[in-house]
Design a binder for this molecule. Structure first.
Ligand code: NAD
Length: 447
């Protein structure tokens, strides 16, 4: 969206649509600039490709791209030293037409309004692709979790929950784990919200421990979903999983499950990386031993069974399947030409920039997009929420079977929608966007 008018003025959202007015340069705000971030640029480019592909009417474009509701909060947290430090947190709800909103909460130094807006947009289309009754949301607190103690993180999570409580609720907006948050943080959010309303409200978050109303299978759901998607895509390509060389960037919740489960299916994990560095062994890395080493040493460096390599360099290691499962914008215009893989499967959200997409497409390397590949997490989150609302507890087998069916079905729909161009991202986005556009048009404009 361009903000500059030809005459040096600014576009202005007037009653009759967009018009250009002269404004004081110091106070001028470019429409849409609230969300400006690299990740929002990436998400918007993907959205636009899908909107063009399905011929989305102009009046729906802005409505289905920009978030409906955003909250920015500043709040104090007492450090262990006794000093008080100020933190900034966000919660962005992308669309309110599909049901309650749903999305993770992350702790990371780069968390911003624009990043949350992009991630919330992806959540909307991920839920729509899987047919889940949610709109997308995302939130987080800008901080370096590696420099905070457990007590400090607890106080931060509880205060953040209290700050965003005006816009969350089990039927309004439901949280979930994301980068650097897990069962422990979800327990604190659930407790804080429950204390404020005077009764236990387990459905306020998903990804809780089972004893607090969590579901079997949520911890590994995103990684298992990636694996089920890989199985379905490989079946389509008439490839075997066994014997394939795989590189996984990120050995956290998502990456560790993907590496372990693909190895159990006979694949060879030849490269891995975490925030502190990467490892490479063309004969395969013993992932069970690696995860034990990581549990004892926090990071994977120092593991005996592989050579050290850079955490980004690992993306260029020769393999059949590359799974970026760490963070966004890792495959870019700079390194896409150097990838030595036959297939990219996005475990992380937004790991591939539009420039990289174009290069990979030219090189004939297909990309299984994040909104499909990592949607197992929100799918099992939906199962958890549904069990909570109905006061039910499903078995681990029940959850796993439903997830496998859901992932195989969604993958088949994306592959079937895309016989011509080989662009699975636009195919997935288009299916999802059509669904949200239809709902939005049917609900029409209030009042
Ligand atoms: P996590 O915090 O559990 O793990 C992240 C991993 O990435 C860690 O091993 C970390 O060391 C590594 N990492 C961080 N920065 C890195 C860098 N610069 N280079 C290499 N490795 C780096 O997080 P997670 O929950 O596994 O999430 C990973 C990605 O998957 C994120 O993009 C997240 O949004 C996405 N995702 C997570 C879920 C979920 O259920 N957890 C669901 C959908 C999508």
């Amino acid at each position: 969206m361009s903000g500059e008018g030809d005459d040096g003025g600014r576009e202005h959202r007037g009653s009759g649509g967009w018009e250009t007015v002269l404004t004081d340069e110091a106070y001028a705000v470019t429409p849409g600039s609230e969300w400006r971030s690299e990740l929002y640029r990436v998400a918007s480019a993907q959205f636009t490709r899908a909107a063009d592909a399905i011929g989305l009417p102009d009046d729906l474009r802005e409505r289905l791209q920009e978030p409906r509701r955003s909250l920015v909060v500043n709040f104090p947290v007492r450090r262990d030293s006794g000093e008080v430090e100020e933190f900034t947190g966000y919660r962005v709800q992308h669309t309110l037409v599909m049901g309650p909103t749903k999305g993770g909460i992350r702790l990371a130094p780069g968390v911003s309004l624009g990043e949350c807006a992009a991630l919330a947009m992806w959540m909307t289309y991920k839920c729509a692709l899987l047919g889940l009754p949610f709109g997308g949301a995302k939130g987080g607190v800008r901080c370096d979790p590696n420099r905070l103690s457990a007590g400090e993180i607890e106080r931060l999570m509880r205060r953040y929950t209290a700050e965003i409580s005006p816009i969350i609720g089990p039927d309004r907006d439901i949280g979930a784990p994301d980068m650097a948050t897990g069962e422990r943080e979800m327990s604190w959010i659930m407790d804080t919200y429950s204390q404020s309303v005077g009764q236990a409200v387990p459905e306020i978050v998903t990804g809780k421990p089972v004893v607090l109303g969590g579901t079997e299978g949520r911890r590994t759901a995103t990684g298992m979903g990636v694996v089920f998607t890989i199985e379905a895509v490989l079946a389509h390509l008439e490839w075997e999983v066994a014997g394939k060389k795989v590189v996984v960037q990120g050995v956290g919740n998502v990456g560790a499950t993907v590496a372990l489960e693909l190895q159990r299916r006979g694949a060879k994990i030849v490269g891995v990386a975490d925030v502190a560095g990467g490892l490479h062994n063309d004969d395969g890395i013993d992932i069970e031993a690696l995860l034990e080493h990581q549990a004892q040493n926090r990071f994977i460096r120092g593991f005996d069974g592989a050579d050290e390599i850079g955490k980004t360099e690992v993306l260029e290691a020769p393999c059949d399947i590359l799974v970026p499962a760490a963070l966004e914008c890792q495959i870019t215009g700079e390194n896409a030409g150097a990838l030595d893989t036959k297939l990219v499967v996005e475990g992380a959200n937004g790991p591939t920039t539009p420039e990289a997409d174009a290069i990979l497409s030219r090189r004939g390397i297909p990309v299984v997009p994040d909104i499909l590949a990592n949607s197992g997490g929100v799918t099992v989150s939906y199962y958890e929420w549904a069990q909570g609302v109905q006061r039910e507890q499903w078995s681990a087998d029940d959850v796993a079977e439903r997830l496998e069916l859901a992932m195989h079905d969604a993958t088949k729909r994306v592959l079937a929608a895309n016989n011509h161009s080989g662009d699975w991202r636009t195919a997935a986005f288009s299916i999802a966007l059509e669904r949200v556009a239809q709902a939005s048009a049917l609900r029409a404009i209030y009042p």
